[in-house]
Design a protein around this ligand. Sequence first.
Ligand code: ZN
Ligand code: ZN
Length: 182
Amino acid sequence: MNWPGGSWENAAALAATIGVAYVLVLWISVVAWTYRDIRDRTRDVAFQIVAILLVLVFNVLGWFIYMILRPSETLAEAYARSLEEEALLQELEDQGICPSCKRYVSGDFVICPYCRTQLKEPCANCGRPLNFNWVACPYCTTKKTGVAASTAKEGGRVSQGKEAVESAERQRAASSRTSLES
Ligand SMILES: [Zn+2]
Ligand SMILES: [Zn+2]
């Protein structure tokens, strides 16, 4: 381009216009970016409005504040993390945790090797470890006898401490019953 004789004012005005347009575009872009970013991070409408207003009013400065205060992970990330945690929990559950001492035990252990709490019930026929809530052995199809299963559940699953408390309670109940009768 060539400027007609000595009109540097025109050039200055043009530069100013470009400068203002640049700032305006930057301003709007930062607000638009924030709008998209906060929508990915929270469903809280109040939080969204505050974040957008912050950036709308203070722009780059507000954007810095927003970057400090925004939720650290997006909703998609939070969802993926919750799925991951669930999978991990499921894995732990499959692997098993001793209900008494909370240590990791393998799924085929009959008793906890750390505290001797009974974890499974060996099949009467093939001896494989069975869950207490199973009614038959999945390996040899032998039916579990209901009474044996329930007593094994009562006696085996609870820890020794609990067992002692329960037997004390039973004794107390029995003694109160006899005192009532007499
Ligand atoms: Zn244990
Ligand atoms: Zn069996």
